[in-house]
Ligand binder design. Structure first.
Ligand SMILES: Cc1cc2nc3c(=O)[nH]c(=O)nc-3n(C[C@H](O)[C@H](O)[C@H](O)COP(=O)(O)OP(=O)(O)OC[C@H]3O[C@@H](n4cnc5c(N)ncnc54)[C@H](O)[C@@H]3O)c2cc1C
Length: 370
């Protein structure tokens, strides 16, 4: 049997990106998981907000520039509304001095492009059973079974909410504006995307208490659209549902420890955050970039599974992951709560933040991964 340097377990976006990044360094990589995206991955209706750091990594992996032009859409402005009249927070790429605040990417196309790039990665071999390797990188997502066998603590704290994702077409052009409504208890986000209709489509992410989400998932399209149009107050024009609705349970979790002898956790196998800030995959891709960087910079005598090396990976990622978990959790507590004092606080807080350009600039740079 061939000797491998790294075994990557799990072929989601994070596992595939890691296999590409390490293969490009000339390491012998075994990728355990399906070679082709599953129907669920291919038909994923989600649209991911990716920050500048994630796009840069995908560029280096030769994935970004191979994407069809209608697979990603730049976001120039972001408008966030609170749940009292006039509570508004706005971010603009122009004011922040960046070309765009983020890119919204078609999740299914991203999975397919990563799989396509792997077909031309000479050092990466697809395997159907685990093989011995100096390092095992666990990228199996939130329900990772291998993580459990390592004795890692990973206790998801459920928010009691589900996120409904779908594609929409609006009666008005999106003009590169992403919109979010903090409506306590639900949070609605519309992310501009080119498909199914160029210039007028949105990816929907609507996080709601479980019972309300179940009602809306079961409702006929017309009823769903009525609820959606009521929630978005006509700000984006009249919204029409196109295709299926999918949903995901939402939770906060962090794995402890993140590494052990000859293994490391990355992506959703390492951390789960609420999608309200669109940061889960950005965190996972930052894990990939950090692990690839410490492996590339290693002393010649160290193997990729060397524990000292893996501790460098932990140092590079722990604070960022912790901060994003706390930030999304804190935002959710303040914004999803129906308690009157918090309601006043969040709405006045939004307006106060809107009037503070330096703080907005700091927040934007953090979200962009700069
Ligand atoms: C509604 C919603 C919206 C989101 N929006 C955003 C966004 O805008 N921006 C953003 O950055 N993030 C977003 N996220 C988060 C993002 O979806 C995840 O962080 C990301 O998909 C995690 O990728 P992953 O590769 O770690 O895990 P996964 O995508 O779960 O992939 C893991 C893979 O491993 C495979 N696997 C599991 N067990 C095994 C095994 N034993 N052997 C082999 N293979 C195995 C699985 O089948 C799967 O293919 C959103 C999440 C949700 C729910």
């Amino acid at each position: 049997m061939q000797n491998f340097d790294v075994l990557v377990r799990g072929s989601g976006c994070v596992g595939r990106s890691l296999a590409l990044a390490l293969g490009a360094q000339g390491l012998r990589v075994a990728l355990l998981g399906a070679a082709e995206p599953s129907p669920a991955q291919r038909d994923d209706v989600r649209s991911y907000a990716l920050n500048a750091a994630s796009v840069q990594l995908l560029r280096e992996l030769k994935v970004w520039d191979a994407m069809p032009a209608d697979a990603f859409t730049p976001v120039y402005d972001m408008k966030i509304k609170g749940d009292s009249a006039g509570a508004l927070l706005e971010f603009s790429s122009w004011a922040q001095g960046v070309d765009e605040l983020a890119f919204i990417v078609d999740a299914g196309v991203l999975e397919q492009q990563l799989a396509a790039a792997l077909r031309y990665a000479p050092h990466v071999q697809q395997v159907s059973a685990p093989v011995p390797a100096a390092l095992t990188a666990v990228c199996e997502g939130r329900d990772s079974a291998f993580r459990q066998s390592l004795g890692v603590t990973f206790t998801p704290h459920s928010y009691g909410h589900r996120a409904i994702a779908a594609r929409l077409v609006a009666s008005e052009p999106h003009q590169g504006v992403a919109r979010q409504w903090f409506r306590s208890p639900d949070i609605l986000a519309l992310l501009p995307i080119a498909k199914p209709e160029a210039g007028a489509s949105y990816g929907l992410v609507w996080s709601l208490p479980e019972a309300r989400a179940a009602e809306l998932l079961a409702a006929p399209a017309s009823e769903f659209e009525a609820a959606l149009n009521e929630a978005s107050q006509g700000d984006a024009g009249a919204l029409r549902l196109v295709g299926e609705r999918s949903s995901w349970p939402l939770a906060l979790a962090r794995a402890e420890p993140l590494i052990g002898p000859g293994w490391a956790l990355l992506g959703d196998a390492a951390h789960l955050v609420h999608p309200l800030a669109g940061q889960g995959l950005n965190l996972g891709l930052a894990d990939v970039a950090a692990l690839a960087a410490v492996i590339r910079a290693r002393e010649a005598w160290r193997s990729p599974g060397d524990e000292k090396l893996l501790r460098r990976y932990v140092r590079a990622r722990q604070a960022d992951t912790w901060a994003m978990g706390e930030l999304t959790d804190g935002l959710l507590k303040v914004f999803a709560s129906e308690a009157a004092p918090l309601r006043t606080l969040r709405n006045t807080g939004m307006n106060a933040l809107n009037a503070l350009p330096p703080l907005k600039r700091w927040l934007t740079r953090h979200a962009l991964g700069l």
